[in-house]
Structures are given as structure tokens and as C-alpha cells.
Design a protein around this ligand. Sequence first.
Ligand SMILES: [Zn+2]
Length: 249
Amino acid sequence: MRQLIIKSMFTLHHIMEIHDSLGQAETLVQYLLALKAIGVETYDSFVTNGHSEYFGKHAHRVVSPPTHEALPIAQTSSREKLLEHLDLHSQGITSYLEVRILMALSASSDCFICRKHAGEEAQPPGGYLLTDAQYRVCHAPIMLGGAGTLIIESQRHFLDFAEMTDDEAAALGALLKRLYAALKQVTEAPRVYTMVTLDGGAPHFHLWLIPRPADATTRGIAFLASDHTCTEDEALAVVATLKQALSSP
Ligand SMILES: [Zn+2]
């Protein structure tokens, strides 16, 4: 338990130590594994000034200072300067690759949703409806939900609302509003239920949106507790219509 707490509380000092000893192209994999070992789950690097943001569990976030100042275009006039800048940019591109590798490393662990995001598990019917920086939205597996049953999955691996960043919390509210409007329009369901249990396996946030049709004979918990399925064709049809509804302003 104590080790877990230490892991989630990495500091800029930890990151810089790893960067100094392993931060070269040849030791990229060791570098990423070392970051993962101290609890870094993902990070973003910004080409504009070279600063990076590192994310761990419980919305833990560490921001590194800029590595260079944003330089005016006039300074790229010499070949030497141009090469220097290209090198900085290639570091930015490498960082993007690093993020992907880091995600792949996490995906090979024991989390079904991370493996699904990495393409290592069967993909949802019709593919993902929406993908943004914080969330992915897809139709539920046909054996687990009626037509129009959607699942919102966080991009980052974390358990529940308490572990969200402020950005993730705000984005979820806006996403729910958008999906509710589209679901009610497309399925004509008078109610859409929301369910979060996170008791099914790996602790990776996901939220169910379950349309309750007008002709359903049960309500509330009784409706949720009954079995719901749909055919592949029904799921594909509703996904195609939802994609249209979501793309129109
Ligand atoms: Zn996960």
C-alpha cells in the first residue's frame, strides 16, 4: 500500500533524474519503463516551448519547465540555427511516439479497456462513435445491451469521478449533454439511464448510457436488471444514425 502511494506521488525531481540518465533515443524503452515504474501513466510534450505534463493516478500531474523559449522565425535564417530547431522539433515528434509507446506498454497489462483502445481486443460494433482527448464513446457489445446502449470510456486509466482531472470532469458533463440529445433523437427513448459500477474487472472508468424504450414493460432498477441484447445489424444501424446526429451542429 505504501509503495502504491509513493508511486502515485512522483515529483519533477524523479522525472528529471530519469531524464538525465536515460533520456536518449537509444534508451527510449528503458526511459519509458522507468517513468512507468514511478507511476507516470501518460504524458504530453509541447513542441512550442518544450515543456511536458506528466500524469499519474488520482489526477496527479507534474509540469516540467520549458526547455527552450519560443524563437522568432528570423532566427532560423542560418543553416545551423535551422538544424537546431529541426532537432527540437524532432524531439517533439519523438515525444508523441513516446506517448504512444507508453500507452501500448500500459495496454499490455491487465486492463481490458486499455487493451481494447490499443486494438488488442475485439472492437465495438461500428467502431468508436467519438474520440477526443479525454474520452471514447462506443456502442455496447450486442450481447450486453439493447440497440443504442452506449459506453463512455476514459482515455486515461483511472477508476472514478474522484480521480478525474478538472478537464476530464468538465468534458464529461458536456459529452453527456451531447450524447443524451443525440440518443433521445435517434432512439426516441423517453428516458436514458446512466450507470457507473466499475465492479466488472480492471479499474478503468466507463459509464453506460442505456435508453429505456417507450414500450418497455419495466422501469428503473427492474429495467436495468433485465437482460438486453440486440442484433449486430441493429447496433450498426443505430451507430450510423448516431454518428450523423453527432456530426450535425
Ligand atoms: Zn485501463
